[in-house]
Design a protein around this ligand. Sequence first.
Ligand code: IMP
Ligand code: MG
Length: 334
Amino acid sequence: MTINYVDIVCGLSWGDEAKGKITSQLSLSGQYDYVCRWAGGNNAGHTVYIKGEKFKTHLVPSGIFYGIKSVIGPGCVVNLKSFLSEVKYLNNAGFDTSLIKISPKAHLVTEKHVRDDRKETYIKLGTTARGIGPCYASKASRHGVRVSSVEELKEYMWDEELQGNILCEGAQGFWLDLDYGNYPYVTSSATLPYASCSLGFPPQKIRKIYGAAKVYDTRSGIDPEFPESLLDDEDLALVGEAGEEYGVTTGRRRKVNWLNMDKLVKSINLSGTTNVILSKVDILESVNIYKFSYKGAIINFNSIDDMKWSINDILNLECELLKTITYSSSPQKI
Ligand code: IMP
Ligand code: MG
């Protein structure tokens, strides 16, 4: 059997766009043979609800919750301790962890990488302090350590070819990409969907690209485009509280801003998004404030319907590859 098609879920913003929810719902459809992660490590935090119960993972793809082979690809970085504790957590919860596969080409995040990520140069960047930047630096400078050299990961090593229908689960988001983000306030890997081809398929196999965003923007960590002063804005503070905007991985309070439509248009177009899902509509409704920024101005709306119409108009006009726009009002389903 060869590869039939590849669908991708990617973040269009700064992470925390409910990718886990989308991957989860797609996995449930039963059409996929593999769910794969192509980049990042335990800096990510994916929240998934299974029958009303909340689960959090950092590295293992969400396919694991649905009995689907879950691949940690060659472009990922693996912290041994964190991975093994995640396996234990999943095992205790009754999931079949024998479905977890790791590419032997993935790199190992060492204790030294973690220590280095806690030093001044990285603290200034507001990283998740998981050793991600130092690990990718070791990899790029060719003195890194691949996971294949670790005895404790032997049972998870998997170097076969992907087959059938593949779902790729992005981590972080478009504006955290090493090339496209606000460098150096970025993560150290490629978050754009093109990078998923590193899992082992040609770009022609890509069928749908699901792009995830929210109806307002959030940013965990440091970024001059999201100044601390945003935390003082009363309306934005209401949105942040209602939306429980705290990091899954770090517990830090996220900076909140009105949806930046110019950036959203760009990330949809450059990622190749065919289906966009805008989550957390219920949060704006709960505070009854509806705004976005477009061409440098903040625009106010009287109702969520007015705001949605305006978003649809702009995206339909400016995003050539986009086929559907979906709004979601629940953390549990689209
Ligand atoms: P690093 O990936 O730990 O090096 O962090 C670099 C930047 O990316 C910091 O601003 C982090 O807050 C941000 N970041 C990394 N992973 C995630 C994520 O999964 N969600 C949101 N922000 C993230
Ligand atoms: Mg996340």
